[in-house]
Design a protein around this ligand. Structure first.
Ligand code: SAH
Ligand code: DHB
Ligand code: MG
Length: 229
C-alpha cells in the first residue's frame, strides 16, 4: 500500500476544527470536563467534539428517552447524549474504573446532568447482566465505547436491552485500517472483526459502518438498528 502523505492527518484535523467552530458552540461544561479529565490523568480518548455533537443529533433523531452507554471515561460523550434527553429521560452509563467514574460524576454535576445520569461502576458485563435481571425498560439508543475485545458480547447484551427501532452505535471500528489484518494478534482488532461478522449474520439488526477522519485520525463508527426482536 502506498504510504499516505503526512499532511493528511493535519488536514483532517483542520477540517474537523472548521466544522466544530461552526456546529459546536463554545461550551464551558464540556471544556471543563476535558480539562478535569486531563488533570486527573485520564487518557484523551473521548469522542471528538463533532462526534459528540453527532451522538447528540442521533439521540434527538431517535427522540431517545432512555440511553445506555458502555464506557463512560470522564463522561464527555455522556454529557452530549444526556443533553438530548427530554424531561424525565434517563441515561445509564457503565464504567469499570472507579477513578474514571469519579471524574465523570463531577463532570456530569458541573454540566447539570446528574439527575438524568446513573453511572454503574464495575465490569460492563456484570452491570449488563444486572440490568437484564432487573428487567430494565428497553433503551432507545445504545453507545458501545469500552473494551473493543468484548464488542460482540456487548451487542448480545444490547439486543436483550433493546426494542424494535433501537439504534446501537459502536465506536472505533476502523482503527486506521488495522481491522483488515485478519492475522492480527490484537484482541481489540479481533473484537471489531468479530463484530462485523456478527452484524452480517444477525437477522435482528440492520447495520452500516462509516469511516471517519478528523482530530481522532482515521477511524469509524458502526450503526445498527434493531429491526426484529
Ligand atoms: N465514551 C467515552 C470514552 C470511553 S473510553 C467518551 O467518548 O467520552 C473507554 C472506557 O471504557 C474507559 O473509561 C475504560 O475504563 C472503560 N472500560 C474498559 N473496559 C471496560 C469494561 N470491561 N467494563 C466497563 N468499562 C470498561
Ligand atoms: C482510542 C480511541 C477511542 O475512541 C477509544 O474508545 C479507545 C481508544 C485510542 O485512540 O486509542
Ligand atoms: Mg471510542
Amino acid at each position: 500500500m502506498k504510504k499516505k502523505p503526512a499532511t493528511d492527518a493535519k488536514l483532517w484535523a483542520a477540517v474537523d476544527h472548521y466544522i466544530g467552530e461552526r456546529l459546536v458552540p463554545p461550551d464551558a461544561a464540556l471544556e471543563a470536563a476535558l480539562e478535569a479529565n486531563a488533570a486527573a490523568g485520564l487518557p484523551a480518548i473521548d469522542v471528538s467534539p463533532v462526534q459528540g455533537k453527532l451522538l447528540h443529533v442521533l439521540a434527538l433523531t431517535k427522540g431517545a428517552r432512555r440511553i445506555l452507554e458502555i464506557g463512560t471515561l470522564g463522561g464527555y460523550s455522556t454529557i452530549w447524549m444526556a443533553r438530548a434527553l427530554p424531561a424525565g429521560g434517563r441515561l445509564v452509563t457503565l464504567e469499570a474504573e472507579p477513578k474514571h467514574a469519579k471524574v465523570a460524576r463531577a463532570n456530569l454535576k458541573r454540566a447539570g446532568m446528574s439527575q438524568k445520569v446513573e453511572i454503574c461502576v464495575g465490569p460492563a458485563a456484570h452491570s449488563l447482566a444486572l440490568l437484564v435481571k432487573k428487567r430494565a425498560a428497553p433503551f432507545d439508543l445504545i453507545f458501545i465505547d469500552a473494551d473493543k475485545e468484548n464488542i460482540p458480547a456487548y451487542i448480545g447484551w444490547a439486543l436483550k436491552l433493546a426494542k424494535r427501532g433501537t439504534l446501537i452505535v459502536i465506536d472505533n471500528v476502523v482503527r486506521e485500517g488495522a481491522i483488515l489484518n485478519a492475522a492480527s494478534k490484537d484482541p481489540d482488532i479481533q473484537g471489531v472483526r468479530a463484530m462485523f461478522e456478527l452484524l452480517a449474520a444477525e437477522p435482528r439488526l440492520s447495520a452500516a459502518a462509516i469511516q471517519t477522519v478528523g482530530t481522532k485520525k482515521w477511524d469509524g463508527l458502526a450503526l445498527a438498528v434493531v429491526v426484529g426482536k
